[in-house]
Ligand binder design. Structure first.
Ligand code: USQ
Length: 388
């Protein structure tokens, strides 16, 4: 297959590009390198030593028969260039990672709120607009977020995969069942853009019949995939700062650096998680199982388990008993405590083998790898820096 990966230099995009290339697909990465620029803006850096995109690709292409290409483009700003690239490359699928993905960054100030809305919504719309102009057969796979559902907003309900059956009374008082998109409960401007994406997708499938898959992903943990391990130049980024660093990876590197784990609030928040290796496998499954044309948007919950933050810290302390904890007044507006159960049957039925947090080997692998990069720790990245 020919696949364009937009946002292919990022934390999810890069290992996905390698995984799909390894499977023999022709990959073209489009990226504006904005994650690298935001690191400079917020005075942080990846905890790991990542190479330039050119060096990454040169290394991969020297090791593999199937090659990766790269083009620098801001798809949110340059619609016509995007359309031309899609025309010339003629992909079977496009994978869309090109969004500002940090909730805290999106809530930092007026400029980051504007940037997140402009970037994310225009990127999504430009891609959809190009697909209907160039070739309606292209399958679009979009990385969405579990956060679009809220986190257990409807009590005792297992979050379904995108859609909900609701009973509506008609004018004669009779009940009708309707299958609707799950209501949106975003908790940040970033999550709000993902809920807006869902409406773009619903409309584009309804009006033009195109094939769209939306992956509602939980919090990623882990660093390596089978492919990023193949050469030091292929290593993935790992965010340490309080805007982009996600909770478990941050806790692990805090433990490695002998700093206390920064638990926001009481630590009774429950969230959905997935290992980065499982994430790239899910995207591969999604690419191979497009919905038919003129169908509704196919929605998967891309997660493997839910767990409370306090349980995460116990897992780390059990393996590394010297680890200490610091409870911090929650910088975010979120429920103090929540339950969360999530349906993920579709990926399991299609063969996904989950990597669970109870498998200590995976935690130890990340921890050991991170010890090599202790010198990159930035103490100023430890405490929260966005508040809402
Ligand atoms: N948290 C801490 N301490 C920290 C960092 C976070 O207690 O040092 C807490 C937060 O308050 C929150 C939870 O951990 O309750 C998760 O925070 P996070 O920063 O790991 O994740 P989040 O902001 O939800 O966003 C991340 C990704 C986003 C993705 C989302 C999936 O950045 O792109 O969409 O996870 S989900 O959370 O399922 O919506």
């Amino acid at each position: 297959m020919k696949i364009i990966i937009i946002g292919g230099d990022g934390f999810c995009g890069w290992p996905t590009s390698l995984h799909l290339s390894k499977k023999g697909h022709d990959i073209l990465i489009l990226d504006n390198l904005s994650r690298r620029k935001i690191d400079i803006e917020i005075n942080t850096r990846s905890f790991t030593n990542i190479c330039s995109i050119q060096k990454r690709i040169q290394t991969w292409n020297s090791l593999n028969d199937s090659k990766i290409e790269f083009k620098l483009i801001d798809v949110a700003k340059d619609y016509h260039k995007l359309k031309t690239i899609i025309q010339e490359f003629n992909p079977d699928s496009i994978i869309h990672f090109a969004e500002q993905r940090s909730a805290p960054y999106s809530m930092k100030n007026e400029d980051t709120r504007n940037y997140t809305v402009n970037n994310n919504l225009m990127a999504t719309h430009n891609i959809l607009n190009s697909i209907i102009e160039v070739n309606k057969n292209i399958h679009l796979v979009h990385l969405g977020s579990m956060g679009v559902y809220g986190y257990g907003t409807i009590s005792d309900v297992i979050i379904p995969e995108g859609y909900l059956d609701v009973k509506i009374k008609n004018k004669n008082g009779q009940e009708q069942i309707m299958n609707i998109l799950h209501p949106s409960y975003p908790g940040s401007i970033y999550h709000l853009t993902k809920t807006q994406d869902a409406l773009f997708f619903q409309y584009y499938t309804k009006n033009w019949g195109i094939k769209i898959t939306d992956l509602h992903q939980g919090i990623i943990w882990g660093l390596h995939t089978e492919e990023t391990k193949l050469h030091p130049n292929l290593i993935n980024r790992l965010d340490q700062d309080s805007d982009y660093g996600t909770v478990l990876n941050r806790f692990l590197l805090q433990s490695v650096c002998n700093e206390p784990l920064t638990i926001y609030g009481t630590g009774e928040q429950t969230r959905a998680f997935i290992h980065i290796q499982n994430s790239v496998e899910c995207i591969h499954i999604a690419i191979e199982n497009p919905p038919p044309m003129n169908d509704k948007v196919k929605i998967f919950n891309q997660m493997t388990e839910t767990i409370q933050l306090n349980k995460l810290t116990s897992i780390i302390q059990k393996i590394y008993p010297d680890t200490t904890l610091q409870y911090i007044k929650n910088p975010r507006k979120e429920l103090i405590k929540n339950n969360l159960e999530v349906e993920n049957k579709q990926f399991l039925d299609l063969g996904l083998k989950p990597i669970y947090l109870r498998n200590e080997n995976f935690i130890k692998e990340i921890y050991n790898e991170l010890t090599k990069f202790k010198g990159n720790f930035k103490i100023e990245s430890l405490q929260p820096s966005s508040f809402w």
